[in-house]
Design a protein around this ligand. Sequence first.
Ligand code: FES
Ligand code: FES
Length: 172
Amino acid sequence: MKTELRLPATRDATIRLRVNGIEHAVRCEPRTHLADALREHCGLTATHIGCEHGVCGACTVEVDGAPQRACLQSAQRFEGKAIATLEGMDDDPLNVALRQAFTENHALQCGYCTPGMLITARDIVRRLPQADEARIREELAGNLCRCTGYQGIVRAIQHVLKTYRHEASHAA
Ligand code: FES
Ligand code: FES
């Protein structure tokens, strides 16, 4: 006689997420990770999902100002935090500069890794204004790109870093 395996039913929960300055009341299963909550429930599809194991970095978003994987923890754990996705950075001058530099330096091909790369690149420019090529490569180690060979990505970040150093030295 066959025994039917029954998994316990899960009940949807309401999770409150603050994304790009806007409150979202998300009704989903408690196990839903942040990347799925953003894409499926908030309509914010700039955050990509690749490995869902914390390896590829495609799902990187900003949480309280720092890059973080969105595939590793349930969305519930992000209640009360300030989440930022690329959709909220359209007018951010640093993001605009990075997007332009990525385009000019052929830093993307299929574009799948690009949202995560841009979020990480933004963090590098803000946190490490003196970063050299080796440091940029080290910082990018958590973001995988299967297309570009990374040269263009590194060049784009170097270009923006130079501009920001130049601006900072003139402001001083
Ligand atoms: S999808 Fe999150 S690290 Fe790959
Ligand atoms: S541009 Fe295709 S994975 Fe990076």
